[in-house]
Design a binder for this molecule. Structure first.
Ligand code: ATP
Ligand code: MG
Length: 393
């Protein structure tokens, strides 16, 4: 036994007591899905970590990029699994370090159980002395130029150098199901990302105003979903035609309430999607005070039409923070491509900022929307996006 592997560590999920098994199983499934198309020998759960057995031909860069998109991983390292024999461990530690440039080094051993005759300290000393003899470099425990980690776990000694940071968070799917209202703007993709990071599985709903607008907003939403699917792999999307409802509002409601009325019908329709998907919450990119429609009063009148909790992970963010995150996850460029948003259509110059539920209800009493809602929902275009079918890296 001596094989190439990736040692995958997870953090938060280890804290979750009784749920731990479920979390680990989900993370394992998600890692397997993320590695779709890559020949792997085995993914083994071993004392609070995963050991991914690789064949020698495995492409490290591809695996690295895939694992870097899996929520729940704290860090992962490419290395070797070898027998728990001192001489083999020494030789493997040396081969891990020998191609790196460094002035000082450190051996960092962990021994989960007393399944190895030497203590961690003793192992550090012995392997350290061996490496020092080979390269003549000094040991530095506080600020080493290179580190070699040795983990004694189950049947193996796992030996590796560099750590690749993981995304942390919780494995997607452990936190139930929500429906995310995804425009093609900057905020809602970031809001979706943050919910995926908390382990929520998302379905998406996008409202468009075709044929009044061109297809760009829907196409951008599709591009955004492809980016978000790197984290969830597969998702269901409802594209809902919104123009008939908008026209009814335009023709028969006070102009300053238009945007709020649009939003209220969006939320009602999203709730229907949530029912169809057995989802427990809605997600929006709303952000307190960002635009006129997002005052607290307005957030309240929009949310009052549903009994589902509306999660707004960006509520307290600054715009710069949102933009920074959007760039980091790769949605910013797509969100800033020109498109005609269904809500920027017919937006009045002075929208209401201190709305009252009563005013909205009275305005709605004058609208003939029930049938239009049915029609909109019936005409939903439902698509499944699957990262595995379109992946290039
Ligand atoms: P975003 O950048 O996400 O569009 P925003 O700051 O532009 O957000 P609004 O346009 O006021 O804010 O929209 C508030 C929220 O309503 C959005 O974050 C999104 O969750 C939802 N929403 C708006 N337009 C649409 C749409 N066409 N389809 C689906 N959801 C939408
Ligand atoms: Mg918007």
């Amino acid at each position: 036994m001596n094989f190439k592997c990736v040692v995958i560590h997870y953090g938060e999920i280890a804290l979750k007591g009784k749920n731990r098994n479920y979390f680990e199983k989900k993370l394992k499934d998600n890692i397997k899905k993320a590695l779709h198309g890559i020949p792997i020998e085995r993914l083994e759960r071993l004392r609070g970590r995963f050991v991914l057995h690789l064949d020698n031909e495995a492409n490290e860069e591809t695996i690295k990029s895939r694992l870097a998109h899996v929520f729940g991983i704290t860090y992962f390292s490419f290395g070797r699994a070898v027998p728990k024999e001192l001489e083999t461990i020494k030789a493997t530690a040396w081969s891990t370090l020998k191609d790196q440039e460094f002035d000082s080094f450190k051996i960092d051993s962990r021994r989960a159980q007393k399944e190895f005759p030497l203590s961690s300290m003793e192992l550090n000393k012995q392997v350290g002395a061996y490496v020092q003899e080979k390269c003549g470099k000094r040991v530095d425990l506080t600020n080493p130029g290179a580190t070699c980690v040795i983990e004694i776990a189950g049947p193996y000694a796992l030996v590796y150098g560099e750590r690749n940071p993981g995304l942390r968070g919780l494995p997607v799917g452990v936190s139930e199901q929500a429906v995310s209202l995804l425009s093609s703007g900057i905020d809602s993709p970031v809001a979706s990302y943050l919910m995926l990071k908390r382990g929520v599985n998302l379905s998406y709903v996008h409202f468009h105003s075709q044929p009044f607008t061109n297809k760009a907003s829907q196409e951008n939403a599709e591009k955004l979903i492809r980016v978000l699917n790197r984290y969830q792999i597969r998702s269901k999307v409802y594209f809902l035609p919104f123009i008939d409802i908008q026209k009814e509002i335009m023709a028969n409601a006070p102009v300053e309430l238009r945007v709020l009325l649009y939003r209220r019908y969006m939320v009602r329709l999203a709730e229907r999607v949530a029912r169809a998907e057995e989802a427990t919450a809605l997600v929006t990119g709303e952000n307190v005070g960002q635009v006129a429609s997002q005052t607290l009063s307005n957030i309240r009148v929009v949310a009052e039409v549903t009994n589902l909790p509306v999660l707004r992970p960006l509520a307290g963010f600054d715009k710069e923070e949102i933009v920074h995150k959007a760039r980091e996850i790769g949605t910013f460029e797509i969100s800033t491509e020109p498109y005609e948003d269904c809500c920027s259509l017919f937006v009045p110059p002075n929208p209401e900022t201190r709305s009252h539920p009563k005013a909205l209800r009275e305005a709605e009493d004058l609208l003939e929307v029930d049938e239009l809602m049915e029609k909109t929902f019936a005409e939903a275009e439902i698509k499944i996006f699957d990262y595995r079918k379109e992946q290039t890296t």
